[in-house]
Design a binder for this molecule. Structure first.
Ligand code: FE2
Length: 181
């Protein structure tokens, strides 16, 4: 289930709040300038479906999002628990970083966890199927897919060139509870 867990950034062992209701999660994140919406991921995908097939299956909501929010391109990230690159893929965004472009994800299968470092707090957003999240540019964050990752997320971009991770060099991510362990 989608969940928002709020911590102080200097007290990773103490959860201040936990929200599981979709609209309450959306409200709490909106107060911080983060877009979180529930869309409908109602297509059953086959494990062998290609990126193009996933994009075709969700062409309608993708077009709607592009028109509504100005995204120009979309692609697909798909991870399965026995993927040979799962350790490397998990490590890639596990340290605190920022992008010059919004990080927009529509989860159409599975689950994964963002950690957003917002002022003195860390908002852990466990996203799952149906969730759309947009992490604004320059927001400090990290993403944990867990040791046995299973998710399919459609990524939307307004400027794909801007989507390069700039690491902050901080070790904060290591002190927070990892996802899925
Ligand atoms: Fe990121």
């Amino acid at each position: 289930m989608s969940e928002l867990r709020i911590f102080r950034d200097d007290k990773p062992g103490v959860r201040e709040r936990t929200l599981t209701d979709g609209s309450k999660i959306a409200d709490a994140l909106a107060a911080e300038g983060i877009l979180f919406e529930r869309w409908k991921a109602d297509v059953e995908l086959a494990p062998s479906d290609s990126q193009d097939k996933v994009l075709a299956a969700y062409a309608k909501p993708i077009d709607k999002l592009k028109r509504a929010k100005g995204y120009v391109t979309a692609d697909v990230v798909r991870m399965v628990p026995d993927a040979p690159n799962r350790v490397e893929a998990r490590q890639k965004f596990l340290k605190e970083h920022q992008h010059a472009e919004d990080e927009v994800r529509f989860f159409v299968e599975g689950i994964g966890s963002f950690y957003l470092h917002l002022g003195p707090r860390v908002y852990q957003v466990v996203c799952e199927r149906n969730d759309l999240i947009s992490v604004p540019d320059n927001t400090k964050h990290w993403f944990d897919m867990g040791p046995a990752p299973r998710f399919t997320a459609i990524r939307l971009f307004s400027n794909p060139d801007g989507w390069v991770a700039k690491f902050t060099g901080e070790t904060i991510a290591e002190s927070f509870p990892p996802f899925g362990e």
